[in-house]
Design a protein around this ligand. Structure first.
Ligand code: M6R
Length: 605
């Protein structure tokens, strides 16, 4: 999704803005642009397409201003083209914006009626025109304040001014914004990741706050224009983990580093000597918890669904799961004895952050299972359980999904243990299984060549289905999501037992159907459902951890992974599904790390 960079320096900033925009490319975008203040004029350069294009433009016609803003745009209002690319500038001001201005039509109508002209179809240009008008009467900070008061919706903004060539103003409502500090240089960024190559000293704006940056100074203001102080965080520098190294793309790197990230995560939470789990400081006494809500979007929501099965299996706690964009508009009865768990890799997903805000307004206890610990969701939760996966750059979530599952599984075990709902023996056995998980994942990754062969059978498919029961149902959903987002092939995940209630009508000769059937209590039933698909011509790809099953001639392709424990099978069976989606996309020549239309961090509703 859109990304913002701003730099106030003593030297030309365009090269560093371009480098930082490259760091934001992973978020998904369709156009890019930069504006600097150069000899009392706003020097704006934009392109549709990649930051490389913008770099070429700057190479031919350099921008040498010492203050500037840059942007990568993920289209919301107006098609992705050059005119709609940010920044949006007038003769006196230039603006980059993340988010959506919900009342832009109304504001635009009003401005048009006053004879003001618009160049683009974007909601952002309304901000540019409003500030330009205010600047005729006011100084920059007041002009921005007055403009923000007229806006409905969400935004993170970076603004520069022709007549005030030493400052950048940043503002936040809903969309994240960070400020970085260095010697004679200060920065604005839509996430700290983009600033990390320049500084590790970061402050985060909260909703309703503004900042004014110059090369020597940063001031912060609250929504009533009162000056405030902000905490400076020293952020970890995990740059190495964010480099592609010898891998073709980030996604393959992230799939193959899962044994390492899983090990790191397990080591953070498991005390191998005491055979215990290091999770303390529950915001509610686990014995008192009445119900757990698990909330997330996309892949993170699938982690919630898997966890529902685990908590129900291991404890007597009621569990409800919801997609954050649904949760935030439900008429829920909040209860102080419930625990509300938010799952998010980025910690910046707008719907998840809004759902968390609603819980906070209702004074209930919140927990977040998060990868980016400096994120908005982490900072706003009562309790944070990090997944320790390191930066995930590929838009398709892989190692973060396994990280979420590990942490949520460990949490489920700990809850069961503290509540006395699991025997010591089973608790220790489960901990031991977790310790062997990284090696088992390593052995599954060795099946890649087989999965590559399997992938060939999907290139010409018109669609595909993923079936599973129990906790393999959300794994089926995740397999389908990975395949559709990476290879643009229509894929549906279904509970295998639900086929007869409609989806069986889709089965036709040769339709590839992936059946996820670990040797758990659903195994025989899943195989019966599989037979129903076979009888109707479906081409079966069976994934299982059962040593003995007949991978019969009716099955087009069978893949066995090692068996660890029934509850952990989902984690293991996910890995071949990631590789399958990856190889189908590779064969179809798709953009693996940046699938079309998608963004890594969905910071608008
Ligand atoms: O950063 P989050 O975990 O909150 O992101 C949630 C979803 O946008 C994300 O999982 C999305 O579904 C992925 N592209 C799936 O691979």
């Amino acid at each position: 999704m859109c990304g913002i960079i701003g730099i106030a320096s003593y030297k030309p900033v365009s090269v560093n803005i371009i480098n930082s925009l490259k760091k934001l490319e992973y978020r998904g975008y369709d156009s890019a642009g930069i504006a600097t203040i150069k000899k009392d004029l706003i020097d704006e350069k934009k392109c549709s397409g990649r930051v490389d294009e913008l770099e070429k433009i700057l190479f031919k016609t350099p921008s040498d201003g010492n203050i500037g803003i840059g942007h990568v745009r993920w289209a919301t209002h107006g098609i992705p083209n050059l005119i709609n690319a940010h920044p949006h500038s007038s003769e006196s001001v230039s603006v980059v914006h993340n988010g959506i201005i919900e009342n832009s039509d109304e504001l635009k109508k009003n401005l048009l009626s006053k004879g003001l002209k618009f160049k683009s179809q974007t909601d952002t240009e309304v901000i540019t025109i409003l500030i330009t008008e205010e600047l005729k009467k006011n100084k920059p900070l007041v002009s921005v304040f007055k403009t923000l008061n007229k806006l409905k919706g969400s935004f993170a903004l970076g603004i520069i001014f022709k007549d005030f060539p030493n400052i950048i103003i940043g503002a936040r409502r809903g969309s994240p914004l960070a400020v970085g500090y260095s010697n004679k240089e200060n920065y604005l960024g839509s996430d700290s990741y983009a600033l990390k190559s320049m500084t590790n000293k970061i402050s985060y704006l909260d909703d309703g706050e503004l900042c004014v940056l110059s090369k020597n100074e940063v001031s912060f203001y609250d929504f009533s224009m009162k000056k405030i102080n902000k905490k400076v965080h020293i952020v970890s520098n995990d740059e190495n983990m964010a480099e592609k190294g010898d891998y073709k793309n980030f996604m393959s790197k992230e799939i193959f580093e899962q044994p390492i990230t899983v090990k790191k995560c397990v080591n953070e939470y498991i005390d191998n000597l005491k055979k215990d789990i290091n999770i303390f400081n529950f915001p509610i006494d686990p014995r008192e918890i009445k119900k757990i809500y698990l909330i997330g979007c996309g892949t993170a929501y699938h982690s919630c669904l898997v966890t529902k099965y685990w908590i129900e299996e291991l404890t007597n706690i009621d569990v409800e799961t919801d997609i954050a964009s649904e949760f935030r508009y439900r008429n829920l009865k909040f209860d102080k004895k419930n625990l509300y768990i938010f799952v998010s890799q980025s910690g910046e997903t707008a719907d998840t952050a809004a759902a968390l805000d609603i819980c906070k307004k209702n004074n209930v206890k919140t927990c977040s299972v998060i990868n980016v610990i400096e994120s908005t969701i982490a900072r706003n939760s009562d309790w944070v359980l990090p997944i320790h996966a390191g930066p995930e750059i590929g838009v398709a979530s892989t190692k973060a999904f396994l990280g979420q599952l590990i942490v949520l599984y460990i949490l489920s075990l700990k809850l069961a243990s503290v509540r006395g709902e699991i025997t010591k023996d089973i608790y220790i056995k489960n901990i031991q299984n977790l310790i062997t998980l990284p090696e088992t994942i390593k052995s599954i990754l060795k099946l890649e060549s087989k999965i590559q062969m399997m992938a060939k059978e999907f290139i010409n498919a018109r669609g595909t289905m993923f079936l599973g029961r129990g906790s393999s149902f959300p794994i089926a959903l995740e397999g389908a999501l990975k395949l559709k987002e990476l290879s643009y092939l229509h894929a549906e995940g279904y509970p295998a037992g639900e086929m007869k209630h409609g989806p069986l009508a889709l089965i036709e000769e040769g339709l590839p159907v992936i059946v996820i059937a670990p040797k758990d209590k659903y195994y025989e039933k899943t195989l019966s459902n599989m037979q129903e698909v076979i009888s109707r011509g479906g081409k079966i790809f069976l994934l299982t951890d059962n040593k003995k099953d007949a991978l019969s001639e009716n099955i087009r392709f069978g893949l066995r992974v090692p068996h660890l424990d029934n509850l952990l099978s989902g984690i293991l069976l996910t890995v071949p599904l990631q590789l399958l989606a990856y190889h189908v996309a590779l064969l179809k020549n798709c953009d693996i790390d940046k699938p079309r239309n998608l963004a890594k961090s969905v910071t608008v509703e």
